[in-house]
Design a protein around this ligand. Structure first.
Ligand SMILES: C[S@@+](CC[C@H](N)C(=O)[O-])C[C@H]1O[C@@H](n2cnc3c(N)ncnc32)[C@H](O)[C@@H]1O
Length: 275
């Protein structure tokens, strides 16, 4: 959802205190503007605490990094807008621990948002390429300068074979509405020997539709692991959806349709040529 420009001005005002779990506006606003500001802060998950020693909107999570991302894009997460839920820092830390990104490793973040994962992956020494569908978030990614490459595209439209190499690591928190589709597609960009770490809605572990069932079978064949995240892991991003971490290690000749697997498939034209 877009942050109205008057509200953005108030939140970005240097006098506004955004720290710890609270947002405090220590200057007078006219009533209509105050109500607009309060509405946005409440929708993000804040609660007004009018006690004299507080007088701030208090959030059930540290709000600073999250508000920075919202102000940079001039929007705040809404499930109606491409499922933008920035990955909270504690979850990113766990992803990086599983991924073991080291100096010079190539990393793909295929639904990069405002770089909550891409930034720390680059700080760990990864050479990070980002894909993102939303133009506002693309501007933020470009401004951060953490990624080697920022591609403005629908990730699902990208052909793994147009990519000259596979990636050592794929780190992703895809839109939850199409999470399985995104992870399956991302495998096509993963190097043999590489690791994919994805945040997924917990429902992927029990949904019984065909695509999800087949996906779980593939994960099981590849000996992937599911690590539950705390129930409130995404509270800092304003959602109570339960999540899990999926870790998939790709072995050459294994069951995962990796970048190498795609390269080994006979092309349709080659098949005709052979007959
Ligand atoms: C759950 S958010 C995660 C953002 C980021 N990965 C992070 O952890 O902060 C999902 C992101 O995927 C983007 N997205 C949705 N559909 C996409 C697509 N088809 N191709 C690329 N990005 C997409 C959304 O715009 C949003 O920024």
């Amino acid at each position: 959802m877009e942050i109205p420009s008057g509200v953005h001005d108030v939140l970005a005002d240097p006098r506004t205190v955004i720290a710890g779990d609270r947002v405090q506006i220590p200057f007078e606003l006219d009533r209509p503007l105050y109500e607009q500001v309060a509405k946005v802060l409440t929708e993000i998950g804040g609660r007004w605490d009018g006690r004299k020693k507080v007088r701030a909107h208090v959030f059930p999570f540290p709000v600073e990094a999250f508000m920075r991302a919202c102000l940079a894009t001039r929007e705040f997460p809404s499930r109606f807008e491409q499922g933008w839920y920035p990955t909270p820092e504690s979850v990113v830390d766990q992803m990086l621990a599983h991924a073991g990104v080291r100096d010079g490793m190539s990393v793909l973040e295929p639904s990069a948002g405002t770089g909550s994962i891409a930034g720390p992956a680059a700080e760990s020494g990864g050479v990070v390429d980002c894909v993102e569908i939303d133009e506002r978030r693309i501007r933020v990614l470009n401004g951060q300068g953490a990624a080697r490459r920022v591609v403005h595209a629908d990730f699902l439209d990208l052909d793994p074979l147009d990519c000259p190499h596979g990636y050592h690591r794929v780190l992703m928190n895809p839109p939850f509405s199409a999470a399985v589709q995104h992870v399956r597609h991302a495998l096509g960009f993963l190097d043999d020997g590489g690791t994919l770490v994805a945040v997924l809605p917990e429902s992927v572990m029990w949904h019984s539709d065909r695509a999800t069932t087949e996906f779980r079978e593939l994960v099981s064949l590849a000996e992937g692991t599911w690590a539950p995240l705390p129930d409130d892991a995404f509270a800092p991003s304003g959602t109570s959806v339960r999540t899990v971490l999926l870790v998939l290690d790709a072995a050459a000749g294994g069951p995962l349709p990796t970048h190498g697997w795609h390269q080994r498939q006979p092309r349709q034209l080659d098949l005709f040529a052979a007959t």
